[in-house]
Each structure stands twice: as C-alpha cells, then as structure tokens.
Design a protein around this ligand. Structure first.
Ligand code: CS2
Ligand code: MG
Length: 404
C-alpha cells in the first residue's frame, strides 16, 4: 500500500480548522487535525509546502518511521507549528491503519480498558448568579464534572467568560487585531475562593469542580490560590503558572494539596520531564493535535502512568472533531485516563465533520466505526472560507502585556 496524495484544507464554520487528508493507492483515506488557534495558516503552509511533498510513495502503515522521519529528519524539532503538522500526518495514518483493519482505532491501541470517558463541561458567568445558572445548564445537559470560570469585580472582560448572548472572549475575534482584555491578579485571587464557596453552597460537595488559571500566576500566587481553594476540594487547578519554568511547580506543590493539571501549550515530552519524574502534577493535558499525534502522546501517557499521573487531554472547540476523536480512542484504551474536556462543536462545524463519537449522560465514547469515525464534508467546508482571527491579549492597569 502506498500514499498517493495528501491535501490540506482550511475552513471556518464559526472558527478556523486545518485538516489534512491522506489518500492511498487502495482508495483508503485518513484525516488529521492540524489546527493551531490564531496561527492556522502557518501550519497549513508547513504541511502543504514542506511535508506533503515527502508523503507520496510512502507506506502508510509505517507510522512510527514516518513520525521519526518528520520529527528527527527536519533538524528543527518541537514547537507548536511543527508538532501540529506532524500530528495531522500521524493521526491520518492511524485512521488509515484502523480502516484497513476494519476496526475502531481504540482496538489497535490495546482495546477498551473502560466503557466510557468522563467529560467535563464549561460553566461561566460574569457574576455569581450568571455562573450558577450556567452550572445548572451544564448539569441539565448531563455533565458530571464542571469547570467554573468567573468574571472578576472591576475587570471588564475575563477570558473564558461569555455574555449571556454567547459573545465573549473565547469566541475567536475575527478582526485584524487581537481583542485587548484587562487583568488584575490580586482582584482575581481575592474573588475565586468566594466563587468556589458559592458554587459548593449551591451544588453540594460531590460535584467535581475544575478551574483554569490560564498561566497567569507566579509560583507564590499559585501556591496561595491552591491553598485557598483546598476547603472546596477542586478536582484540579489548571495551568496555574506559565508552563515554561517546570521548577516553578515545586514551590506550588510543596504549598498545596490542590491537584494540578498542566500542558495544553506543551508539545514535547521534554516539556514535562521534570513535572512527571518529580510528580509535580496530577494530570498531563496536551492534545493529540498539539503534541505531534497519537504516537508521542501514547508514550507520554505511559511515562505519566509510572508516577500515578493521569492523561486528560485538552478538548476545547478549537480542537477539531478529528483531533477530539483521536483523543477519545487513546483515552478509551489507556489505563491512566483522567477526564476529558468537552465543549461540543457548533452545528456548522458538525456538518463539516460528521462524527461517530457520542456524548451521553456526561460520558463520551468514540463509537465503533472503523478508523477515527470522523468524515470531512469538502462541500460543506468550502462554504466556510478561512477568516483571520486572533486569541485576545491581556494588559495590566499600567498597560503592560500580562502572561496568558
Ligand atoms: C482553554 C482553551 O480549554 C481550555 O482549557 O485553556 O480555551 C484555550 O485557551 C484555547 O484552546 C486556546 O486556543
Ligand atoms: Mg486551559
């Protein structure tokens, strides 16, 4: 069997997605997600200009060899653009292999080690009444675990918090410049424990609650927040400090028993080395899409398992249904799965990517179709051309740019 063709497609059914389709001489095709929020065209070019010309004639079954060829062979390793591009090739090849086998992909990864995957949804509100309503709405949808994000008194807009009409900063800003939000860490640190207290008072002790700090804290601030949240027993505190400095997590870890999750911007096992071997975190959160594919993410999860650390991949709307499905197959198979973020996708996105995975009663399952179980409707995709968009930036009161 030989690869005959590969095509890169960018579509914007509400937000941009980059998709790779690999075709073989036997007519079997595979899909991979290469979406990098706000920098989509860089990955599309990396693929189309530098990777696609290398694929024709290769044996699609040699997944590990193709991964090493693209990763080691390029000389320039790592980085979000490179790893998103390699991920798309890797996932498309796994899709092909599983289709040829006539099996859902998780069967090739060892078969199911659980029946279904616990998902968490997003609740947010500009103030407490809005947030409590949002938690109620997620519970009504069946979610059994919920991430809570809140507006902060005195700040105009906070990332991850929508207005009731659905607008807000997580909706990509499709203009020539990023939206500018304001930020005040002290105000945030004063407010969040009160948010957790109110949510616990309303919904009780059992509901798993998560929170994302979006890398905005120093180690001492993160230690403080972890301690302040302990009485409310959060399921995890996510991305508490900027992730580059792994040693920072030592200070946080010594100070608090609040579980820590990290890694959505990581793209290599080396980004985790200290965190895993010193057991400084409880969940590794890289997505298949941004970590170079299933091949390296499986290795990361296996390393994490030695240290009782769970694999819980990043699953917001900017991971396409192809990238999400890849994660679901891996997580059904590995033993050390933790929890899967799941926001769902818009109706136009689901039309472009018809998918077999299901969300029922708070649980996800990748489905039983051969391969990933996701298709790509080219005609629907063509109706939604690319639109330039940016993630927001945030600035402090003195005008300086703050950490994400
Ligand atoms: C967030 C994301 O889902 C999450 O945990 O951190 O909204 C993240 O900011 C975006 O995926 C960035 O592209
Ligand atoms: Mg996050």
């Amino acid at each position: 069997m030989k690869i005959t063709d590969a095509t890169v497609s960018v579509t914007c059914p509400g937000r941009n997605f980059v998709t790779l389709r690999i075709t073989t001489d036997e007519g079997v095709t595979g899909l991979g997600d290469a979406t990098l929020n706000g920098r989509e065209l860089a990955v599309a070019s990396y693929l189309a200009d530098h990777v696609v010309p290398l694929l024709a004639g290769r044996d699609p079954h040699r997944i590990e060899d193709t991964w090493q060829y693209l990763h080691r062979g390029a000389y320039w390793r790592r980085g979000p653009v490179t790893m998103a591009a390699i991920a798309a090739v890797d996932v498309a090849l796994w899709d092909i292999k599983a289709k040829v086998a006539g099996l859902p992909l998780y069967q090739l990864l060892g078969g199911a080690s659980r029946d279904r995957l616990t998902a968490y949804g997003h609740a947010d509100g500009r103030d407490l009444p809005e947030l409590l309503d949002s938690v109620r709405a997620r519970l009504a949808q069946g979610y059994r675990a919920i991430r809570v994000q809140s507006g902060v008194p005195g700040l105009r807009a906070v990332y991850g918090v929508h207005a009731p009409d659905g607008s807000g900063s997580t909706v990509p800003h499709q203009q020539d410049r990023p939206l500018v939000e304001d930020w005040d860490t002290d105000a945030y640190l004063r407010h969040i424990p009160a948010v957790f207290e109110a949510v616990r008072a309303e919904f009780g002790a059992e509901l798993p609650l998560l929170h994302d700090a979006h890398h905005r804290l120093t180690p001492v601030q993160a230690a403080r927040l972890g301690k302040d949240l302990e009485p409310y027993r959060p399921f995890w505190l996510e991305d508490c400090t900027p992730a580059e400095n792994q040693e920072a997590l030592r200070l946080v870890r010594r100070a608090t028993t609040t579980p820590l999750a990290i890694g959505e911007v990581f793209n290599s096992v080396f980004d985790y080395q200290t965190l895993i071997t010193e057991q400084l975190v409880d969940h590794v959160r890289s997505s298949v899409t941004h970590f170079g594919g299933l091949t390296p993410l499986r290795k990361l999860f296996d390393l994490a398992a030695l240290y009782q650390i769970k694999g819980s991949t990043h699953g917001p709307e900017d991971i396409s249904p192809v990238g999400l499905a890849a994660a679901l197959h891996l997580e059904l198979a590995v033993h050390n799965f933790g929890i899967q973020e799941y926001t769902g996708h818009s109706a136009p996105t689901r039309e472009v990517f018809p998918a077999a995975y299901t969300f029922e009663d708070g649980f996800l399952h990748p489905g039983e179709e051969p391969g990933l179980g996701v298709a790509y409707d080219e005609a629907a995709a063509a109706r939604h051309p690319y639109r330039r968009s940016y993630l927001p930036v945030n600035r402090l009161a003195d005008g300086s740019v703050h950490d994400w």
